[in-house]
Design a protein around this ligand. Structure first.
Ligand SMILES: Nc1ncnc2c1ncn2[C@@H]1O[C@H](COP(=O)(O)OP(=O)(O)OP(=O)(O)O)[C@@H](O)[C@H]1O
Length: 274
């Protein structure tokens, strides 16, 4: 634990899901601060944020514009380092790593899913899934088989040779999710993953996340949407660079969110069919 005194810290009620409380940690954020030093001022984007994410957790990070979500996401994704505090991925403290080590962890141990999919248009579904392995020089028949298996996991087993422009937005996001899993990451880090999708496709992607999480995958997602955060096991809210609240969504709440969202999608489909 960092001994840095945090003058901005507010008391917050922090709860941990009973189902994940005793598991090893996928990541631990300990009194993390991040300051951007500009010519005329220093912006304190994170002012001492702490929370743990046990393996198997499913966390939605929310907060108003400017509250520090992207900054936190960049730290969790090893795209940047904290100004102070500790950020553990598994047992490794990324705040102590060199840029080369960070790049290595980012490439090998984090599964990114972006709003804009970030697929390579010239590559097929299977090739896109293998992109993180390509950067590590790991491409062989074993890796190819794994990419095919992951395409099947996300329901694209019949689209292996298709290119992104031949797929719908939801299918492209499925490719991105399969790609995020190819390295067996500490966690899937999703940034507004359903932001470009209609409500039916959003529901499909959230159902895929539910399934991956129930199979043990850890998911951390940034979202502005209440409908999306209601599907997570836990909601961490930031405000002005501080952790404002950390609350558990009960299984009952999550199920009613699923039911309501499915009913909305069905009602929409029925109206369109009229
Ligand atoms: N590279 C940077 N240089 C200087 N200031 C930055 C930088 N990145 C973010 N900030 C500032 O840090 C604060 C937090 O920004 P951040 O982008 O993390 O918020 P956010 O919650 O993701 O906002 P949004 O929802 O609008 O994307 C803001 O005041 C922002 O202006």
């Amino acid at each position: 634990m960092s001994s840095v005194h945090n003058p901005y810290a507010e008391p917050v009620s922090t709860t941990r899901s009973p189902s994940t409380a005793s598991r090893p940690l996928a990541t631990a954020i300990r009194n993390v601060t991040k300051e951007y030093v500009l010519k005329s001022e220093t912006v304190r984007a994170l002012r001492g944020v702490s929370f743990d994410v046990p393996e198997g957790d499913y966390v939605a990070i929310m907060g108003p514009s400017g509250s520090g979500k992207s900054t936190l996401l960049n730290l969790l994704g090893c795209l940047d380092k904290p100004s102070a505090g500790q950020l553990l991925l598994g047992q490794d403290d990324i705040s102590k790593m060199s840029d080369d080590q960070l790049a290595e962890v980012r490439c090998r141990r984090i599964g990114f899913v972006f709003q804009s999919y970030n697929l390579i248009q010239q590559l097929t579904v299977v090739e896109n899934i293998q992109v993180p392995l390509y950067y590590q020089g790991r491409l062989g028949s074993k890796e190819n088989k794994r990419a095919v298996e992951l395409a099947e996991v996300v329901g694209l087993g019949d689209r292996l040779d298709h290119r992104p422009q031949q797929l719908s937005g939801g299918q492209q996001q499925r490719v991105a999710i399969a790609r995020s899993l190819v390295n067996d990451p500490y966690f899937i880090l999703a940034d507004e993953a359903t932001g470009n999708l209609d409500s039916k496709t959003t529901e499909e992607i959230l159902t895929l996340f539910d399934r991956l999480n129930s199979e043990g995958r850890t998911i951390i997602m940034v979202t502005h949407e209440d409908d999306v955060s209601r599907r997570a096991k836990r909601i961490v809210r930031l405000k002005d660079g501080l952790l404002k609240s950390d609350t558990i969504n009960s299984e009952e709440d999550r199920q009613s969110a699923r039911r309501e969202q499915r009913a909305n999608v069905e009602a929409l489909a029925a109206r369109e069919a009229e």
